[in-house]
Design a protein around this ligand. Structure first.
Ligand SMILES: Nc1ncnc2c1ncn2[C@@H]1O[C@H](COP(=O)(O)OP(=O)(O)OP(=O)(O)O)[C@@H](O)[C@H]1O
Ligand SMILES: [Mg+2]
Length: 446
């Protein structure tokens, strides 16, 4: 009771330019029974201390417009009427000089920002209770700057103890955040390991399923082919033949889908296998074009080849590059309307051979270009039978050859896909028959 009555009498002058901080301090101190007066800057604070009723303590921010907290302190201490008023500075303590600066200015104690309420109150009470006037002048050198300190040893000690307390508290906070960070890292590692294990399990499952499906799929394909042969000639067998043909095509499509899924899984795991040899780009283009000729013929699409006589050889995995070409030419056929035109070319430039597949189909919207090589992107939402894996796989294969793949809008509005592979052996002159379509828009997606 006696203590709270005494506290009722205690006057605190708060000097704080931030209205929010000042309000917070006022509420805190008034809640504890102090009588509080707030000044927004140093000069106003000094005026509050100039009256006959001296405050029991001045709590002042350091960084303020106008005179700073050190100067407020210096002026209070050098004015006989206020020299006995204890001053507690609020500092961010970003610099070791701050402590000595506070002492040199005559401050009795300080609290580092951000402070917690209990620590501030404890320090205010301690500063009021232990306030003494005795001085003991000395000069200290901190980081090359000399400070004249006029303070009794107990005050210096108290200030340094406060400093140590605050540093210890900061250190504890730092340790706690370090521990939290270590825990988060540990959890991240666990998640990564789990994700890796899940991916491996998925790949293994895919491999098993694909392997086990291949044989029965082959049997279905062969049997439906045999069935078409076995059905007696003539209109009576037409329906059975058509159904057997449908089954054969469905089995082939399923085979391709399984291969694509397995390839995606291998690309993502970095496990796609390659057999690198030197190959003739002309032969590669011929082979791909011949393979897809029946498809193009169905839509009466003409396929034109423009290949240099001496384009040089490329070092690549033949089957995988066939897969890339089949995807690109297959897309060109799929997306180009009947009676369209596709052109295939290979051109040697420097250390590379560039394969180009151009069509005069509908082209690709400029905004779709950055996404075209994304996994499962088809530009048609989720609908449709296509998986949107073809270009993703093609990019994975080309990049595994240290090559680059790109798409551009072709002259006339069609689509131009190109991919570059490292040439094997010394560069040779190329393009004796025709020049590539250089007017195409620049390649923007890779
Ligand atoms: N030559 C092209 N002309 C117009 N659009 C194309 C062409 N090539 C690709 N695209 C667009 O890019 C999308 C992605 O092609 P991608 O080959 O990856 O998948 P897809 O052909 O739809 O399916 P999948 O190849 O898996 O059967 C296509 O769905 C289509 O919208
Ligand atoms: Mg495709």
């Amino acid at each position: 009771m006696a203590l709270s009555e005494k506290r009722d009498l205690m006057k605190v002058v708060v000097i704080e330019d931030s209205k929010t901080q000042a309000h917070r301090l006022r509420r805190l101190l008034e809640g504890e029974g102090f009588s509080v007066q707030v000044a927004e800057d140093g000069e106003a604070g000094l005026r509050l201390c100039a009256g006959p009723a001296l405050p029991d303590i001045v709590v002042s921010d350091v960084l303020m417009p106008g005179i700073d907290g050190y100067e407020v302190c210096r002026r209070l201490k050098s004015t006989p009427a206020t020299s006995r008023v204890p001053v507690l500075l609020l500092t961010s303590l970003a610099d070791p000089q701050d402590v000595v600066r506070a002492l040199a200015a005559g401050a009795d104690n300080f609290v580092t920002k951000p402070y917690d309420a209990a620590r501030l109150l404890a320090r205010i009470r301690l500063t009021i209770a232990n306030h003494t006037r005795a001085t003991d002048e000395c000069v200290v050198d901190v980081q090359g700057t000399s400070f004249r300190v006029d303070a009794p040893p107990e005050r210096i000690l108290r200030l340094l103890v406060s400093c140590l307390e605050d540093a210890t508290e900061r250190n504890a906070e730092l340790e706690a955040s370090r521990a939290a960070l270590a825990l988060a890292n540990q959890q991240r590692e666990v998640l990564i390991t789990a994700e890796r294990a899940a991916r491996l399990a998925r790949e293994e499952l895919l491999a098993i399923v694909a392997h086990d499906l291949r044989t029965p799929l082959g049997v279905i394909g062969l049997s439906s082919n045999a069935l078409q042969e076995a059905v007696p000639a003539g209109p009576a067998g037409d329906e059975a033949r058509a159904l057997a043909g449908l089954a054969e095509r469905a089995a082939a499509q399923m085979g391709l889908l399984i291969r694509d899924l397995l390839d995606v899984s291998s690309i993502e795991a970095g496990r796609l296998r390659f057999e690198f040899h030197d190959h003739d780009p002309v032969a590669l283009l011929d082979e791909a074009a011949n393979l897809l000729a029946p498809l193009a013929a169905q839509k009466e699409i003409s396929v034109e080849k423009r290949v240099a006589a001496e384009v040089g050889l490329v070092r690549c995995d033949r089957d995988r590059i066939q897969q890339v070409l089949s995807n690109l030419i297959g897309n060109a056929i799929k997306f180009t309307p009947d009676n369209g035109k596709i052109s295939l070319s290979a051109v040697g430039t420097g250390d590379e051979v560039t394969f180009i597949v151009t069509d005069n189909g509908p082209g690709i919207a400029a905004e779709a270009i950055p996404r075209i090589f994304d996994r499962h992107w088809t530009g048609r939402g989720k609908a449709g039978a296509d998986t949107g894996l073809g270009l993703y796989i093609a990019k994975g294969i080309v990049e595994a050859h240290e090559g680059r793949i790109a798409v551009a809008i072709a002259r006339g509005g069609g689509t131009e896909f190109s991919f570059m592979l490292p040439r094997s052996g010394p560069a040779r002159p190329s393009w004796v028959n025709a020049a590539p379509d250089t007017a195409a828009a620049p390649n923007v997606a890779r």
